[in-house]
Design a protein around this ligand. Structure first.
Ligand code: NAD
Length: 323
């Protein structure tokens, strides 16, 4: 963790703590000495993600939807609001749930933070920039989102969450922050969640063709989960209101990513081009000047290293890659 912006928390509530990013956050907070309550309805998260957490002193799990008022057994001093379907496959399958989690869920998480006098951090997303007309994207860019497109259930829920968080801080003085997380990958992603890294790794390990959408020239900027978690906790500790981009500015095309996964797995898989989804962004790259200046944060794990660690984890899962 960044020495300048580490802070000791007594009790953190992590909504979505049984998910991919949330479970890594729970681990990092416990490692830093905080008690952690994970609130999750397991709609896209997995109990296995908490296998290293259950039984650790200070860890508690509450199975509940954040769309209902959130009850925990003692007041937190930090609320990390990460509950939300995040992969396109999940939010397209759960469109209304996604919007309710982004709206009612954010309202309930804010209410818990306000009533407890806790710091609140909203997990927003690079998806608020939509299919961006500005490249790379800094926090002053307002985005290019289709409000009735298929991705809108996620993008607009997150945009609403940002607006609600801002209104809550302005109207009621709650200590809030907003992190706009860019594409993050690593261990504990589900092999079938539809996102590029787990899909390519699963396909490469199984010797199946890697399905690259469109012509594969669309770019993403992939951040290894340990770097993302460090950035999120730096934003929590700093007290920055944000929004602040947390992501890796090294851009890679989806075709390059597929080739890299084939190389690193030593797979004999081929590449197959398939149809590109509607409103799929052409480019995505964070400007992280603000995070560098204010949080003294930047990612440190290269794509090769992060993919090696992710591939090793997927190999260990064997048949348990998950649906
Ligand atoms: P994930 O699907 O693995 O985790 C989300 C968790 O939230 C799951 O455990 C799920 O069960 C839980 N959840 C969903 N709806 C809920 C509800 N109504 N009540 C309680 N729990 C609920 O996704 P992730 O990739 O870990 O993403 C976590 C957060 O980070 C999300 O808010 C997402 O928008 C944000 N984010 C992630 C990325 C990324 O690349 N992983 C990028 C940008 C933003």
């Amino acid at each position: 963790m960044n020495a300048a912006f580490s802070r000791t928390w007594e009790h953190a509530v992590v909504t979505g703590g049984a998910g991919f990013v949330g479970s890594h956050l729970c681990t990092a907070l416990l490692d830093a000495g905080a008690a952690v309550t994970c609130v999750d309805d397991l709609s896209t998260g997995r109990p296995e993600n908490m296998s290293g957490l259950r039984g650790r002193p200070g860890f508690a799990f509450v199975r509940a939807s954040v769309c209902e008022p959130i009850t925990v057994d003692r007041p937190p001093d930090l609320v990390l609001h990460f509950a939300s379907p995040a992969s396109p496959a999940d939010y397209l399958r759960l469109p209304v749930h996604t919007m309710e989690t982004g709206s009612l869920g954010t309202r309930n998480a804010l209410a818990l933070a306000h009533a407890s006098g806790a710091r609140f951090l909203l997990a927003s997303t690079s998806e608020v920039y939509g299919d961006p007309q500005q490249h790379p994207q800094n926090e002053r860019y307002w985005g290019n989102v289709n409000p009735v497109g298929p991705r809108s259930v996620y993008d607009e829920a997150k945009r609403f969450g940002e607006a609600l968080t801002t209104a809550q801080a302005d109207a009621h003085g709650t200590d809030t922050g907003i992190v706009r997380v860019f594409n993050t990958y690593g261990p504990r992603m589900r092999g079938y969640d539809g996102r590029a890294v787990p899909t390519f790794v699963r396909q490469a390990l199984a010797g199946e063709p890697l399905t690259v959408t469109g012509d594969g020239r669309q770019t993403r900027s992939l951040c290894y989960v340990d770097d993302t978690v460090r950035g999120i906790l730096a934003a929590a500790a700093h007290g920055l209101r944000g929004p602040v981009n947390i992501g890796n500015p090294t851009e890679i095309t989806m075709l390059e990513l597929a080739r890299l996964v084939i190389e690193l797995t030593g797979s004999t898989s081929e590449i197959r081009f398939v149809e590109r989804p509607t409103d799929d962004p052409a480019v995505r790259c964070p400007d992280i000047t603000l995070a560098r200046d204010k949080l003294e944060w930047e990612p440190g794990v290269t794509a090769e290293e992060g993919l090696r660690r992710t591939i090793a984890w997927f190999r260990d899962q064997g048949d348990l890659i998950g649906s």
